[in-house]
Each structure stands twice: as structure tokens, then as C-alpha cells.
Design a protein around this ligand. Structure first.
Ligand code: GLU
Length: 474
């Protein structure tokens, strides 16, 4: 592997950090970290109208949260506009770019004549063919102009890490604009000059940029820069196989964060969107991913964003955390109404709930009964389990529970004994007891849960259920 790899992620702060962007960042980061290279960040904020500081902050926060750290201070593209412009002018001075005086109206009129179709609507090089005299006269008269890059003849070939040998015919590329008439450089130029100045050696990005690459390579060559290695990653699709977008639900990293995803799970999941470690491993730590990463195993095929798989993967990562660690991760998700709940209590709940959690918020959503008495009871469960014989066993159990040692084994023995005395299967008592304690039919091991809830809470809830629920007729 070549030495001193320099990779980068170059988001435009015109929107949130999208999961597709985060995946690009992760691939570049993994490549840098696995090769001992550097990973740089560039904020492409030259579209002043659409870029905001708030979005820049969001993007940086999203990357930090994911654990995608960068070397050096972020490179702010807008601070380098003078340099981009100077390089445009150098191309002009070297005869590799030329001024184009055609107005928007004239260009539109030309397009109307040739009709639709990309190839035909290429700029017809009117201004390339101006005489030197005419050009000088127009410049002297301060006629507004853009600078167009003069696309050379031939073919542009490059080896793409993902798509292998890639060839573009230069005749399909028009003499594109590199400097606007107001003197601001175009995106194409800014990217190339910055990548060169930052020493970028490898560019991994979405394959929506594939058509920009031949133009950029032509610029690298014209400017006398060394061309980096490119890898274009297929896009992420939604379940309907269409490009992932807002229509599919959450697409920003921040939304997944507030939903209760662990950063290491989203990182792992995105790393496997279009890349595979070459074996059947799926749940991988950041270190394992760094260890296994090889850009040659980026897949050529688009990957589908599977929300269920992501939730599953989060559940697997939750299980890798200690109770103490999990407790600290839960902090931002704790509803205000549970502010008073002691950490010690949560530490008792966690071992029971962690196996049933996929999202961090599940402990509060699915396990609300650990914190508050049931407000109501699941009707189907009540109809099924709240029978007259069960009710009379529960009534008798109250005094036994009051006097018991309140250990899981002690409680289980009591329930089984009372059920047997009433000639009922243990389940006929366990289900209604769970209903009384949780309001539903799902919970971790009933007797362990009772110990955590404590005697007073259990007795209070049983009494409330006996009062509020009417036994179903057999
Ligand atoms: N700023 C571009 C984008 O957000 C990325 C440019 C590049 O990676 O070359 O899509």
C-alpha cells in the first residue's frame, strides 16, 4: 500500500449530515486509519447563499458523535477563493482556458436550435474561435466574460478503486466554465485546487460525482498536479430501490441520534453499506472495522438501507456495553418525568431490560412499568388472562407476598404453590400477575422484575388491578 495516504471528506454545509454523506466520510476515515494515513475535512461553503454556519456545526457534531475524527483544522473552502481564481487565470495565461463572452440568452438560443440531448447542447466554442484581435478588443472594452476550460481531444482514462478501468471520451465533455463572470471560481476548479493543496492522494465519494471526475482529471493534468486515486461508491437506496431520500423517513445522522441509536452501531451499519469485510461478520467494533477495511472490497452494487437491520444491529451493540456504560448513554434520552429516578435503580433495571432493547429509548418506552404504575391495561390480555379463578389466587397471594422474603425463588415458589392449591397451571396465575404489574403481557422474567419493583409497588399494583379490572367470563 502506498505511504502517506491523505483522504478527505468534503461536505457542503447546505444541509444536514445525510447518512449517505456519513457513509462516504466513514469509508475515507477507515481507509486513512487502516493505512496509517491522514483524514482531512473540508467544508465546501462556496455556495454562500445556501451554506450556513449552523449546518457546518451540525455536520461537525454529527461526525464527532459518530467518532469520525479528523486531522488538522477543517479546511474552509471559501477562504481559498483567491487561490482558486489565480489558478483559473494561470490556465488562461497558459492558453488552456479562454474567455467566453456569450450571454445567457445567446447560449439558450443556441440550445434551442440544436434541440434536446446532452451531447448536442455542448457549448459550440464560438468564443474559442474569436480572433486574438477580437478577444483583446472585447477584454479592453470590459465586456463581461466567463473563463471556459479548453477540453483537449482524446480520452480520459482512470483506474477507479470500485469500478476498475473507466474511460470517458473527451468529445462528450463541453468546454466547461471554471470562472464565473463575477470572478468567483466554479466548484470543479475549487475541488481540484483544494485537493491538490491539501495533498489529497485518494478520493472516495458517491458515484453521483462520477461524471465530474474526467473533468477534474483534465484540470489536474492542465494544472500540472498529480492526479489522486478515485473510488466511486454506489448510492444508498431506500427499501423501494429508489435513491434514499426524505420520503423514506429519517436520513440525517442527527435524527438517528435522537431516535436512540448508538453511534458505534450506526457507524458499523454504514460501514457495511456497500462494503464487506470478506467474511460473514456483521457486528463489528470500530477497531475491528479499521483492522478489516480494504477499499478493494467496496461493492459495485448499490446497497439498500434496511431500518430493521439497523435496529437489530443497535441491539447487538447495546449488549456489548457494560451496565455502567449503558447508563451513561441513556442519560440524554431519559424523559423529564423520570428525572428523579436514581441511577442505582436504573442499574437494577438494565440487566433485565438490555436483552429486550434495540434502541436506547426502549428502556423508557417498552419498560415504562419499571418507573410508573400502569395507567391502563391491555384489553386483549385482560380478556384472556383476568379470570375469576386467577383473581381469587391473586387475592390470596397478597398476604403471602407481604410476608415473603421477596427473592425471585421465594416468589416463584409462592406463585406455583398457590396455583397448584387452586388446581391451576402456573401460567394461569403468572399472566394475570404480569398484567397487574405491567399493564401488558410482555416483560422480562416476572420474578426478577418483582424484586426490582419492590414489595410495596407490587402490592399496590396488584390491589389496583383487583379493584379496576373485572374478571372475564369463562
Ligand atoms: N461537496 C461535495 C458534496 O457534498 C463533495 C465533493 C467531492 O467529494 O469531491 O457532494
Amino acid at each position: 500500500m502506498p505511504q502517506d495516504l491523505v483522504l478527505r471528506f468534503a461536505p457542503s454545509p447546505t444541509g444536514y449530515l445525510h447518512v449517505g454523506g456519513a457513509r462516504t466520510a466513514i469509508f475515507n476515515w477507515l481507509y486513512a486509519r487502516s493505512s496509517g494515513g491522514r483524514f482531512l475535512l473540508r467544508i465546501e461553503d462556496t455556495d454562500r447563499a445556501r451554506s450556513t454556519d449552523e449546518m457546518t456545526r451540525e455536520i461537525l457534531n454529527g461526525l464527532r458523535w459518530l467518532g469520525v475524527d479528523w486531522d488538522n483544522e477543517p479546511w474552509i473552502q471559501s477562504e481559498h477563493i483567491a487561490r482558486h481564481r489565480a489558478e483559473c487565470l494561470r490556465l488562461f495565461a497558459e492558453g488552456k482556458a479562454y474567455p467566453c463572452f456569450c450571454t445567457q440568452k445567446e447560449l439558450e438560443a443556441k440550445r434551442d436550435v440544436v434541440g434536446e440531448g446532452d451531447r448536442d447542447t455542448k457549448y459550440d466554442r464560438t468564443c474559442l474561435h474569436l480572433s486574438a484581435q477580437e478577444r483583446e478588443a472585447r477584454l479592453a472594452a470590459a465586456m463581461p466574460y466567463v473563463l471556459r476550460f479548453r477540453v483537449p481531444e482524446g480520452e480520459t482514462n482512470f483506474f477507479d478503486i470500485v469500478h476498475d478501468e473507466t474511460v470517458f471520451r473527451n468529445e462528450e465533455i463541453e468546454d466547461f466554465v471554471i470562472l464565473r463572470s463575477d470572478g468567483t471560481p466554479m466548484y470543479m476548479m475549487a475541488v481540484v485546487v483544494d485537493d491538490h493543496d491539501m495533498g489529497v492522494t485518494h478520493v472516495i465519494r458517491g458515484d453521483d460525482h462520477l461524471s465530474n471526475t474526467p473533468k477534474q482529471i483534465l484540470l489536474y493534468e492542465a494544472l500540472g498536479y498529480e492526479v489522486p486515486m478515485f473510488g466511486h461508491v454506489p448510492l444508498i437506496l431506500g427499501a423501494d430501490k429508489k435513491r434514499l431520500s426524505k420520503r423514506h423517513g429519517a436520513t440525517s445522522v442527527g435524527e438517528y441520534q435522537s431516535r436512540g441509536l448508538l453511534p458505534e452501531a450506526l457507524f458499523n451499519f454504514l460501514a457495511l453499506m456497500g462494503w464487506s469485510p470478506g467474511d460473514d461478520r456483521e457486528v463489528m467494533t470500530r477497531e475491528e472495522l479499521v483492522e478489516a477495511f480494504d477499499p478493494r472490497r467496496i461493492l459495485k452494487k448499490s446497497s439498500v438501507f434496511d431500518e430493521e437491520k439497523l435496529a437489530w444491529m443497535n441491539g447487538r451493540h447495546l449488549r456489548l456495553l457494560s451496565d455502567e456504560e449503558l447508563l451513561s448513554r441513556l442519560r440524554p434520552y431519559r424523559p423529564e418525568s423520570l428525572d428523579d429516578v436514581a441511577d442505582g435503580y436504573l442499574l437494577q433495571v438494565l440487566p433485565l431490560m438490555r436483552e429486550r432493547m434495540e434502541l436506547l429509548t426502549d428502556i423508557f418506552d417498552k419498560g415504562m412499568y419499571f418507573f410508573t404504575d400502569p395507567a391502563d391495561y391491555d384489553e386483549t390480555a385482560a380478556r384472556k388472562h383476568w379470570t375469576a379463578p386467577a383473581v381469587s389466587v391473586l387475592e390470596r397471594l397478597q398476604s403471602s407476598f407481604a410476608a415473603s422474603d421477596f427473592t425471585p425463588q421465594g416468589l416463584e415458589d409462592l406463585v406455583r404453590r398457590h396455583a397448584a392449591d387452586a388446581e391451576l397451571a402456573a401460567g394461569k396465575v403468572i399472566h394475570p400477575l404480569r398484567l397487574a404489574l405491567t399493564g401488558g403481557s410482555q416483560s422480562p422474567s416476572l420474578f426478577d422484575m418483582m424484586v426490582v419493583l419492590g414489595r410495596d409497588t407490587c402490592l399496590r399494583r396488584i390491589a389496583a388491578a383487583l379493584e379496576r379490572l373485572t374478571p372475564s367470563s369463562p
